[in-house]
Design a protein around this ligand. Structure first.
Ligand code: NAI
Ligand code: MG
Length: 360
């Protein structure tokens, strides 16, 4: 089959790694003969915003809905306040495309090193899937400021938790946990200090958990203690479910514990499949290394593999696994960027992965 992809490279290293991912996907497509991709290239970026005054055109949602999936690089540039870039692109896309789940797997790739001592001996100890609530919570965008930015200023940042929103993310997380060998779900909360939304979050978790008793093992963690457990007992967890903000933070930590933020993928999913889902590495536009050709493209490749898996809906899993194997062969061979203690460029890693795909 042929799939239509909306490609949004965005800013900074988003441009480099999207290009790299497209190269690898083209190789995967021709080597496997299992699928083809047609792209619509969208120049929605901070650069475009500075030039014309908007990130996305008015009919953006209609444009995106004509596609089977969205491939996204990163958005954000120092000359535009970050809350503007995020709120004019990535957050509206996630919300209006009903991408209420953000799946963030983390593993230590073969040939790479975790900063956690125990994981250096046994890399298999760290193998997590973080399921992030992606539509509401702390990123609901509600609140306001009075008295502008004066010394009398008061700002509110309202988190919104709905029964429907919590229930659907819990159900999805239990299903992910059930599908994995260890069948274990850890729920993250902060219901000791946040006594309304987080208490509802807990309550709905235990309600849904009733249906999985004896099938999925589950436990609850306060988010602060969770950061410690991730470092000290990585093997004690498997699938993790957390709010929009908590999972955002924990997934950067998870990636760093696995070796680098540059390897971690994410899938923004509309499980109903009525809208296109969106695939992007978890990192941002990294202005500090943009334009240097040294960005790690592995997170982008892994995200591409997840996109292929999603598009195939069960029929392209083997092809996606092939891409993951090609990445592992390359890291094992020591072809790595600087963040993984290597010395190769984005292009060199990309070419090496393409060569491995052709050998499969
Ligand atoms: P960042 O993830 O862009 O960078 C954090 C650090 O990790 C930097 O030192 C960077 O060089 C390094 N890094 C990130 N990706 C890497 C890769 N692939 N290879 C090697 N090193 C890598 O986060 P930061 O600096 O907080 O944000 C920069 C901009 O990106 C901001 O404008 C922010 O709002 C935006 N952002 C956008 C996201 C998105 O589009 N989904 C997600 C996160 C941040
Ligand atoms: Mg983040």
């Amino acid at each position: 089959p042929n799939y239509h992809i909306a490609s949004i490279p965005g800013d900074g290293i988003g441009v480099d790694i999207t290009q790299a991912a497209k190269t690898v996907l083209a190789t995967l497509s021709s080597a496997s003969q299992a699928f083809t991709l047609t792209y619509t290239d969208l120049d929605w970026s901070s650069f475009a915003y500075l030039k014309r005054g908007y990130y996305m055109p008015e009919d953006w949602a209609t444009q995106l809905r004509k596609h089977d999936a969205i491939y996204f690089g990163a958005v954000g540039w120092p000359s535009v306040p970050d809350h503007i870039s995020l709120w004019q692109m990535i957050l509206p896309i996630r919300q209006q495309m009903n991408q209420y789940v953000n799946v963030r797997p983390t593993r230590i790739l073969a040939g790479t090193k975790s900063p956690v001592a125990a994981c250096q001996k046994d890399p298999k100890l760290l193998d997590w899937v973080i399921v992030r609530e992606n539509s509401e919570g702390e990123y609901a965008g509600q609140g306001g400021t009075t008295h502008g930015h004066t010394k009398d200023a008061i700002a509110t940042e309202l988190a919104i938790f709905t029964y429907v929103g919590i229930e659907r993310i819990m159900r999805f997380a239990f299903e992910v946990a059930k599908s994995r060998p260890r069948k274990k779900l850890t729920m993250v909360t902060k219901s000791n200090a946040q006594r309304h939304g987080m208490v509802l979050w807990d309550k709905v978790f235990y309600e849904v958990a009733e249906e999985y008793k004896g099938v999925v093992e589950f436990d609850k963690m306060l988010v602060d203690a969770m950061t410690v457990r991730m470092v000290e007992k990585p093997e004690s967890m498997d699938t993790i479910v957390a709010t929009n903000l908590h999972a955002d933070i924990l997934s950067d930590l998870a990636a760093a514990l696995a070796g680098s933020i540059g390897i971690a993928p994410s899938s923004n999913l509309d499980p109903t499949r009525k809208n296109p889902s969106m695939f992007e590495p978890i990192h941002g536009s990294a202005p500090d290394i943009a334009g240097k050709g040294i960005a790690n493209p592995v997170g982008a490749f892994w995200s591409a593999a997840e996109m292929v898996r999603w598009l195939g809906n069960g029929k392209l899993d083997e092809i996606a696994e092939g891409l993951m194997q090609a990445i592992a062969n390359v890291t094992v061979a020591g072809v790595k960027t600087r963040d993984l203690s290597g010395e190769k460029s984005t292009t060199e890693v990309t070419e090496a992965v393409c060569q491995e795909i052709e050998k499969l």
